[in-house]
Design a protein around this ligand. Sequence first.
Ligand SMILES: *Cc1c(COP(=O)(O)O)cnc(C)c1O
Length: 446
Amino acid sequence: MPDPFGSPVAARDRGLVWHPYAPLDGPEPYAVESATGVRLTLTAPDGGRHEVVDAMASWWCAVHGYRNPVLDAAAHEQLDRFSHVMFGGLTHEPAVRLAERLTAMAPGPMAHVFFADSGSVSVEVALKLSLQYQAARGRPKRQRFLTVRGGYHGDTFAAMSVCDPVDGMHSAFPGALARQVFAPRPPAARLVVTATGDERWETDRLALQEWTTEVRALAATHSDELAAVVVEPVLQGAGGMHVYHPESLRVLREVADDHGLLLVLDEIATGFGRTGRPFASEWADVTPDVMCVGKALTGGYLSLAAVVMTRDVGEAITRSAFRALLHGPTFMANPLACAVADASVELVESTWKDHVPRVGRLLSEHLEPAAALPHVADVRTLGAVGVVQLTSPVDVPRITRAALERGVWVRPFRDLVYTMPPYVCTDDDVRLIAEGIVGAVAEAHG
Ligand SMILES: *Cc1c(COP(=O)(O)O)cnc(C)c1O
């Protein structure tokens, strides 16, 4: 019997095109024919179609849904002017407008923006600029980074070096990665939202104290060789969907200040409302020196990321021998991407508050039944993020298929089945996602 979700395109793809972290002869991918709103349309071999809700928002990017009229209009308008020009010596309205919007929206007094073409590259730039910053301040020996275990910051070499040393890709590239200083993962915490909407963070206070002592000691030991602290604030994404207490972030800010390090916050996954604050650092009232944003920046339309920084950082680099930030990609500040990003961020600013708490409430309510399943270790939510953690690694092909049969697209990893849905999901869409996840877990791991 032919696979009801198979397709001729997927058959041609197999063995020809590499997919993320997948072998050439891995399971056949599913082919998308079109996408509208929060739904993907998958092609079937008989020409039939399956409509499924995208519980992943295309790896957390498509917060406004597909073919969003506002973003489509922004793209068309810019396409009719020009799609790209080099950024060396030239500038354009979309880049300047987006930079103004990002510096205004970012927490704290941010003054400058560097546009990069992907999240990983923005992390590279943030790390590079930290070294330039320290060199400009007469501390050229400060070339390492303090981070926490369990992080994910991208796939390029410097970004990989600050990813979790065990679960990341360190073992595949022994000797090729810079050796960074790893503090333990901050203890888990959860945000309790009461019926009246009050929010309260809970964690193991003793574990948090011990962690704090350890981080402080580690920073003191390595102070002379450290350039910056680099972490994902409050929610570690691809490193395990781990939620930690905002107090831990405040500790990292203090540690950075005590030792003259920059605080680089990677908000690529957490930015633009996803965790229930415009930026996750705002849970802690902490302002970074440098902040990376990407993913939802263009609403999932085009690849773009940005490094946003304070005036102090900009001034230090301006006083350095080179006077410039030593990076300049070919597609820097691509006008099409900037125009869509500006429209997307404007839309986020006016809509996230209506959507994220609502989506979050429904996810907590409808994922809760998973907690009673035999192989479920934990169910947690934060903002518009819902996570079901199993007691063993997920049977990815099986869960994927079981969820598709329930009208939901998920992409589990390790022991995690999770959703970061588009903000524009209706209440029914969110229920469908949550029930699809619970049903798929029960079927595949029950
Ligand atoms: C996805 C992600 C990155 C990498 O972004 P790419 O656009 O895939 O290069 C970096 N940091 C975090 C926190 C991410 O979630």
